[in-house]
Design a protein. Structure first.
Length: 282
């Protein structure tokens, strides 16, 4: 039904398609297998080129749906509920992983803090909304490995500090200033993400930074990284909010660029739950 709806809304038939792109990892293996099996069957039955896409790569290419002026080399910050990575892209399709989280992903911590405060799931949107009413300087939460020489991230210490602060207030029956806590927490995450990303752009002498992943929808992150980058004559790009979270359009975008380079995948391609960005199957 979903595929039929997409074809009907686009006014296309399966035979009009130049290629079929599908995510094969990383992710939940059950979901990946369903999508991969359907895509393979369609490609085989209609003799249409089949292209496997890395999920993280798809997030990067979400930017190209709206910003065709982006040209390598550039730095990409991929930040979501499952990943926080800093990548250097020298050429299309070639990735150098500069750093990644050593523990929790940034988006995962947003979700966990929201859960402790009984704010529901996902935690990102509600955190951003309530943080607008708070003072980001009211509580000095830690900025893990902010000044570390590497490009790695670590958010478990920050998560623990915020949760401990909340539990201490509850234990003492004190008022919990939710907006101040969230604003201070969000600022701590933003400070780390922005500083590491800007540092990478300067090191690799790139004049473009792109954001990708669900947390790239956070307006505090967008605003701060753009302000800091503008001072250094570095341009920042990010997708529309609807294209930051997982979507099919970003997979199609990555597939389009691979198709242009005649990079097709074998129908023997398997789903992979863990998949580094550099790993390729063609």
């Amino acid at each position: 039904p979903v595929i039929d709806k997409a074809l009907n809304e686009s006014g296309k038939k399966i035979t009009d398609l130049s290629a079929i792109a599908v995510t094969y990892g990383p992710g939940l293996i059950g979901s990946l297998l369903v999508g991969l099996s359907v895509a393979k069957a369609m490609a085989y039955a209609k003799n249409i080129p089949f292209i496997g896409i890395n999920h993280l790569e798809a997030h990067i290419y979400a930017n190209f749906l709206e910003h065709n002026e982006i040209k390598p080399p550039f730095i990409c910050l991929i930040v979501s509920g499952g990943h926080t990575s800093l990548v250097y892209i020298k050429y299309f399709g070639e990735y150098k992983l500069l750093g990644q989280t050593k523990d929790d992903a940034a988006g995962e911590v947003f979700d966990k803090i929201a859960k402790v405060l009984d704010l529901g799931y996902p935690g990102g949107p509600i955190t951003e909304k309530l943080a607008k009413e708070g003072n980001p300087s009211s509580i000095q939460f830690p900025r893990p490995i902010l000044n570390d020489k590497s490009y790695d991230f670590s958010f478990s210490g920050l998560k623990t500090a915020v949760i401990y602060h909340i539990k201490e207030l509850k234990k003492e029956n004190k008022n919990i200033p939710v907006s101040d806590i969230l604003a201070s927490f969000q600022q701590a995450v933003t400070d780390v993400l922005v500083k590491k990303t800007i540092k990478a752009a300067l090191k690799f002498k790139t004049k473009q930074i792109i954001l990708a992943g669900g947390v790239a929808a956070n307006n505090s992150l967008r605003k701060e990284i753009k302000e800091k980058a503008n001072l250094l004559n570095i341009k920042v790009f990010y997708p529309s909010i609807s294209l930051c979270t997982d979507n099919a359009a970003m997979v199609a975008s990555a597939g389009y660029y691979k198709f242009k380079e005649n990079k097709k995948s074998s129908l023997n391609l398997d789903a992979v739950s863990r998949l580094p960005l550099e790993r390729k199957y063609y």
